[in-house]
Write a new protein. Structure first.
Length: 162
């Protein structure tokens, strides 16, 4: 924490109360990773179409996977105070369940700040793309959750959701 925000305890606010990007130039470059998950709730009809490969727009899971990867790469364009980082790896896995799709994204870097936001962005953009692909079958499709499950690297080390 710098002297200009030491009193407030808020890392993204300067002494005048204005939002700012945190200066990470003094931090060490370390290997960092994050895993996030989310769920898209779908109707039985949409689940059946996914399982049968009969979604009218095409391969919904492939489109969602690519969208999630692309979304992770655009995170600093979407989240105003997020640092652009060298993103070294992003994987997006989708698993069809009886009531929807579980999305798991993993992001890795060697940089000065973590990749939690990139993993979360991958999950949510994949979820949005999936909804777009199935909306003709299921207008009530919705993203139920998106959360960080684990992160590692940096000064704060490893964290795992309990």
């Amino acid at each position: 924490m710098t002297s200009e925000n030491a009193g407030s305890g808020l890392t993204h606010v300067d002494s005048a109360g204005h939002a700012r990007m945190v200066d990470v130039s003094g931090k060490e470059v370390t290997a960092r990773s994050a895993c996030a998950t989310g769920r898209v709730r779908l109707s039985a009809r949409a689940v059946a179409a996914l399982r049968a490969g009969e979604v009218p727009k095409g391969d919904a899971l492939a489109v969602a996977r690519i969208a999630g990867i692309a979304g992770a790469k655009r995170t600093p364009d979407l989240i105003p105070l997020c640092h652009p980082i060298a993103l070294h790896s992003v994987t997006v896995d989708l698993s069809v369940t009886d009531d929807g799709v579980t999305i798991t994204a993993r992001a890795r870097t060697a940089d000065r700040t973590g990749v939690e936001m990139e993993a979360l962005t991958a999950v949510t953009v994949a979820g949005l793309a999936l909804i777009d692909m199935v909306k003709a079958i299921d207008r009530a499709a919705c993203i139920e959750s998106a959360q960080v499950e684990a992160k590692s690297g940096g000064k704060s080390g490893t964290w795992v959701r309990s």
